[in-house]
Design a binder for this molecule. Structure first.
Ligand SMILES: [Zn+2]
Length: 443
């Protein structure tokens, strides 16, 4: 259910961006060009992308859960991701800032897809895929800045979005009779959807020019904060960044590093408001650390280094395995979801098909049932095979571990904790650790 030509629309918008060299000079041509990939982030929610998780940029304090991609829910995404994109351009590294533009660009493009603009639109699949990517292009279009300050620009953006929704709703209404007949003629539908794709590209170009103009206006003088994060090895995924968060604020970023044994990354903020902050660093397979409060002063840079201890047991690939991390929403553990019926599920972690994993838990409430759900890649028909579910047997003290061989085609594992209580009141911690052979240890 994805608007086919996201990447082509982004490229078309970048192609008409005024002062392209200026933006490339500040952000780097590679980072700006990578927007054609980052615009896909919202369709990759919950996914591990190697150097980072899609959720590192999707889940922000103003939008702590995944938002729907169609009207009317998608409308709630623009304010939060617009403000977050501006903040990233002003305070974070170019790499982080360009990744953080991804959700904004995606949702602007999405709302221009006819079946996203028209609420409860039938024939969704045809109406977002029957478009020729090679025909998308808006050469000659001159993008404009949508407002001279943040509030005016957001108001301008929302007006522009409203116009785009009207535009694409009308295209949906024109195309629907053509796709509803028994043997629809795709060639008759394509030019109608192309109009929507091109209008999406024009709005995307306006939005990009607006955030770059406001976000990189050269103002400076705020406070700087930077340093290193050393962390334990994240088995099989050691290229991952570490999250660095100014607690109880919207400021957050990712420390990045080269591959290597152990891990050491670098993070940098600039132009932060002066003030007092507690700072959190976290990386999968390490325990989080909170430092501070530290005081940041105008025009000064403070160096703050973190040393993250390994999880117990070491090499745990489950994010936030004790549920104690909750920087997005103080009453909900980060990277866990509780379904209405009272079942907690962790974010899925990447596994290798056929490999063995130590899967375990130490519980505060020994009566709680815990299982490990290994999922396979969806088949060619788009359907996901049945999950491989491994229940855990616990001893009297509420501890247990089982060695599981991930089946063929299994690519991820999530931990399922059956409880209507708060997560931290029932678990002490859960773990999935690649087994290097031998019997279970550490119990
Ligand atoms: Zn989407």
């Amino acid at each position: 259910m994805a608007w086919g030509p996201h990447q082509t629309i982004t490229r078309a918008a970048l192609d008409v961006l005024p002062e392209r060299e200026r933006w490339e000079g500040v952000l780097g041509a590679k980072n700006l060009g990578a927007l054609t990939n980052y615009c896909l982030l919202p369709d990759l929610r919950g996914k591990d992308l190697g150097a980072f998780y899609a959720d590192d940029y999707l889940l922000i304090r103003e939008m702590p859960m995944h938002v729907g991609h169609t009207m009317p829910t998608v409308e709630t995404a623009f304010g939060p991701y617009f403000r977050r994109a501006l903040q990233a351009l002003r305070t974070e590294t170019p790499e982080n800032a360009c990744r953080q533009l991804g959700p904004l660009v995606h949702f602007v493009e999405d709302v221009g897809a006819p079946p996203h603009a028209k609420e409860k639109c039938p024939h969704h699949k045809e109406l977002e895929n029957w478009v020729r990517g090679d025909q998308i292009g808006i050469s000659g279009y001159r993008p404009r800045v949508l407002g001279s300050d943040d509030d005016a620009a957001l108001a301008g953006l929302l007006r522009r979005i409203k116009g785009l929704v009207e535009f694409s709703k009308a295209r949906a209404d024109r195309a629907l009779p053509l796709v509803s007949v028994p043997e629809p003629d795709q060639a008759k539908v394509e030019p109608i959807l192309l109009e929507s794709a091109n209008e999406s590209a024009r709005v995307t170009a306006d939005v990009l020019l607006t955030v770059l103009t406001l976000g990189l206006d050269g103002r400076s003088g705020g406070a700087g904060l930077g340093g290193t994060v050393t962390a334990a090895e994240f088995p099989g995924r050691n290229e991952h960044g570490a999250r660095v968060v100014l607690l109880d604020t919207d400021y957050a970023t990712l420390a990045t590093a080269a591959k290597g044994a152990g891990w050491r990354g670098q993070y940098e903020f600039r132009d932060l408001p002066a003030g007092s902050y507690r700072v959190l660093a976290y990386r999968t397979a390490s325990q989080f650390q909170i430092l501070g409060p530290i005081t940041l002063g105008q025009g000064r840079r403070v160096e703050l280094n973190f040393d993250l201890k390994p999880t117990e047991p070491a090499g745990n690939i489950i994010e936030n395995p004790d549920g104690c991390l909750s920087y997005l929403d103080p009453v909900a553990p980060d990277r866990w979801k509780q379904a209405a019926g009272g079942v907690w599920t962790s974010t899925a972690a990447w596994v290798k098909p056929g490999e063995r994993y130590r899967c375990g838990a130490a519980l505060k409430d020994p009566g709680t049932r815990v299982s490990f759900r290994f999922e396979a890649r969806p088949a060619k028909d788009g359907k996901s095979p049945e999950p491989q579910i491994c229940p855990l047997t616990l001893d009297g003290a509420g501890k247990g571990e089982v060695i599981v061989q991930a089946g063929d085609q299994r690519i991820s594992v999530a931990v399922v904790v059956e409880s209507t209580q708060s997560l931290t009141s029932v678990i002490d911690r859960v773990w999935v650790v690649p087994a290097t052979g031998g019997p279970p240890v550490g119990l």
